[in-house]
Write a protein that binds this ligand. Structure first.
Ligand code: SAM
Ligand code: SF4
Length: 422
């Protein structure tokens, strides 16, 4: 039986795309292997959102330059742009480059080599049902934040029809999923361009009715598009978790303007106030960039203050990395020295570690509901509705179950507990 190997880095959308590629290859008779030397087809799913990720991808492709000629090396993800010839010259060993979600191109290439049948299906394949399943609800992005390469590589925003999403989720639930994570670069603008203009709130309403589905999450939200209808749906629908990703990127208004984010510091703070009023237990996560062109110490302080004041549950902090082709890399000098960027990142990481430690310690002694997703080194692990990672030890089988856990230990990153009898 022929085998495939997939390597994935980057965001959860890339992970979801890899699952679609896997579903395609499985349908063509290939089976997953964890060993490259055992694979007939090797797929690398790339991320180039920052230089560090791009370098990792380039190193991975280079490391495979002596891969046996009879094996297929395919590369997808955000490294693939319209100028495939340039990529082909840079990485001559790669057999085929295909854009994110363009499984059709991979299929075409494999058909050309007689490795898959000409009638291979490439759309709406049954993706693997994980207990927490990743579901792309839209592709691309229309926002063009000045630093970001994503819209250039993933194209303009396109929402999947609601009926397709509902039937895909019904199918994963039938096969054992208990939670779905709805994915898109800007899920708040879901539905634009679809007949009847459905909204994300409408989709959540529909999904909330699916029997057997216990939890719904969605990411990433954009502060400029988060609206009252969505906040109200979050507050009202019992399966929608109290967990929201709301990237603010920078605290200073001039930096936010230069980033083309479309909101101010004060607007963001008011939005958080409205969300917390409607969903009091909500856990907030955010993304931050430090060292954007021109960022002074005072401007950085605004970002630090935002983290201190809002007290997010999770903060993803990145040093600004100029991306060729973006407005920021074309128009703004990357003038914050690397050492300062790293210093600012570390300062925020230390600050956030303290905040997360305090927030999590408040759960000590509490009973939380955990959806169990797996077992690692003899410990069951799962997540709370607020996306906190919880570990516990117990001889029974809890896989896929919702279980009450009494928390007995906390750290900034996870919680430990025991099965509660109440
Ligand atoms: N769509 C989401 C949003 O609006 O924030 C996030 C998608 S983006 C691929 C993931 C994160 O990468 C961003 O939130 C941002 O913090 C970071 N990022 C994107 N471009 C970057 C760059 N050029 N340098 C540093 N970080 C970057
Ligand atoms: Fe990139 Fe901005 Fe789109 Fe997020 S919203 S993917 S940061 S352009």
């Amino acid at each position: 039986m022929p085998h495939y190997y997939i390597w994935t880095i980057g965001c959860q959308m890339n992970k979801a795309d890899s699952e679609s590629i896997a579903a395609f290859l499985e349908q063509c008779g290939y089976r997953l292997t964890s060993r490259i030397d055992n694979a007939d087809i090797v797929v690398l799913n790339s991320c180039v959102v920052r230089q560090g990720a791009e370098s990792k991808v380039a190193n991975k492709i280079d490391a495979l330059r002596r891969l046996d000629a009879d094996k297929v090396l395919a590369v997808t993800g955000c490294i693939v742009d319209a100028k495939v010839d340039g990529l082909q010259n840079r990485f001559p060993r790669v057999d085929v480059f295909f854009g994110p979600q363009d499984v059709g191109r991979l299929s075409e290439y494999l058909q050309g080599r007689g490795l898959v049948e000409s009638n291979a299906v490439t759309q709406n394949l049954p993706v693997k049902a994980n207990i927490s399943s990743l579901i792309n609800i839209m592709h691309g992005c229309n926002n063009f934040c000045s630093y970001c390469i994503v819209p250039y590589r993933r194209g303009r925003e396109v929402s999947r029809p609601m009926a397709d999403i509902v039937s895909e989720i019904e199918s994963v639930v039938e096969r054992g999923a208990r939670e779905v994570v709805l994915l898109g670069q800007n899920v708040d603008s879901y539905g634009h361009g679809l007949a009847g203009n459905p909204t994300l709130a409408d989709l959540l309403e529909e999904l909330n009715r699916i029997e057997g589905l216990a939890r719904i999450r969605f990411l990433t939200s954009h502060p400029k598009d988060m609206n009252e209808q969505l906040i109200e749906a979050m507050a009202r629908l019992d399966k929608v978790c109290e967990h929201l990703s709301q990237p603010f990127q920078a605290g200073d208004d001039d930096i936010l303007k230069a980033m083309h984010r479309g909101y101010t510091n004060a607007q963001y703070r008011r939005l958080v106030g409205r969300i917390r009023k409607a969903v009091p237990d909500v856990a907030l996560s955010t993304d931050v960039i430090v060292g954007f062109p021109g960022e002074s110490e005072e401007q950085f302080d605004e970002t630090r203050r935002m983290i201190e004041d809002i007290r997010f549950d999770t903060v993803h902090i990145a040093c600004y990395s100029p991306r060729a082709g973006t407005v920021a890399s074309r128009d703004l000098a990357d003038d914050v020295p690397a050492s300062i960027k790293v210093k600012r990142r570390k300062e925020l990481e230390a600050l956030q570690e303290g905040i997360a430690s305090e927030i999590n310690s408040e759960l000590d002694g509490c009973v939380v509901e955990v959806l169990v997703e797996g077992r690692k080194k003899g410990k069951w692990w799962g997540r709370t509705r607020t996306d906190k990672l919880v570990f516990f030890t117990d001889p029974d089988d809890y896989l896929g179950r919702l279980v009450k856990i009494r928390i007995e230990g906390t750290s900034p990153w996870s919680l430990q507990g025991i099965v509660s009898s109440i």
